[in-house]
Design a protein around this ligand. Structure first.
Ligand code: PGA
Length: 253
């Protein structure tokens, strides 16, 4: 079975309503003819407009950068899965290292968020990745394994595996201009696929999309994406320029 290639853009806290709208339009106008699935994850103020702008483009989808684990209630400032669905969101990024670090999202919270997302019918882009000290100490496989087991596998049944995308994002590569080498990415992606095989079987492992993230740019995307277990990318900085983002999508095409 051919795995789905995906390139997702994580805008983080960048762009305002006007500039973001123009960027979504520019991306939309260029990706229609490409086969690769593209997920745009803008700030939440752009989700409703974004879903209107992309509704006729078959390979474009919208993602949220966050969600609350409870269905509703007194959680000032938060958004629920139902709210996201009501404006046409399809994907939610979970476990991003910035949310783990700055918003103290731990494995227990992430397991609850994963469960809320998958129960609601939304799809999860679940991020994992080690910090530099863990890589230097040779603990990177252990860190990624424990993040996946605690935050994702604990809430995921085989039946909903098709709703999950895993993103490997070494923290030392995010926003630093330092990319994992294609060999380092491939080695970790193959390891993650083996973990999925152990929990859910070989077919599930062969079918799951695993993205690479961390300073992925037009000049390194093709080599990263040509690795057998790298099925696309989660792109931060380079997703804010239409031409760069489209060049990366073309590299996955
Ligand atoms: P970057 O970010 O491409 O700017 O390194 C990736 C991410 O944080 O998802």
């Amino acid at each position: 079975m051919e795995r789905q290639k995906i390139v997702a853009g994580n805008w983080k806290m960048n762009m305002d309503f006007q500039s973001g709208r123009l960027l979504i339009q520019a991306i939309r106008d260029k990706v229609g003819p490409l086969e690769c699935k593209v997920v745009i994850c803008p700030p939440s103020i752009l989700l409703k407009t974004g879903s209107n702008l992309i509704k006729d483009v078959h390979n474009l989808a919208l993602g949220s950068q966050n969600v609350h684990q409870e269905p509703k209630g007194a959680f000032t400032g938060e958004l629920s899965t139902q709210m996201l669905k009501s404006v046409g969101v399809e994907y939610v990024i979970l476990g991003h290292s910035e949310r783990r670090a700055y918003f103290h999202e731990d494995d227990t919270l992430l397991a609850a968020k994963t469960k809320a997302v998958l129960d609601s019918g939304l799809k999860a882009i679940f991020c994992c990745g080690e910090k530099l000290d863990a890589r230097e100490a040779g603990n990177h496989f252990k860190v990624v394994e424990s993040q996946l087991k605690a935050g994702l596998f604990s809430s995921m049944s085989t039946a909903i595996l098709s709703k999950v995308v895993i993103a490997y994002e070494p923290v030392w590569a995010i926003g630093t201009g330092k990319t994992a080498s294609p060999g380092q990415a491939q080695e970790m992606h193959a390891y993650i696929r083996k973990l999925v095989a152990k929990e859910y079987g070989d077919d599930a492992a062969a079918a799951i999309t695993i993205l690479y993230g961390g300073s992925c740019k037009p000049n390194n995307a093709r080599e990263l994406f040509s690795q057998p277990d790298v099925d696309g990318g989660l792109i931060g900085g380079a997703s804010l320029k239409a031409d760069d983002f489209v060049a990366i999508i073309e590299a996955a095409h």
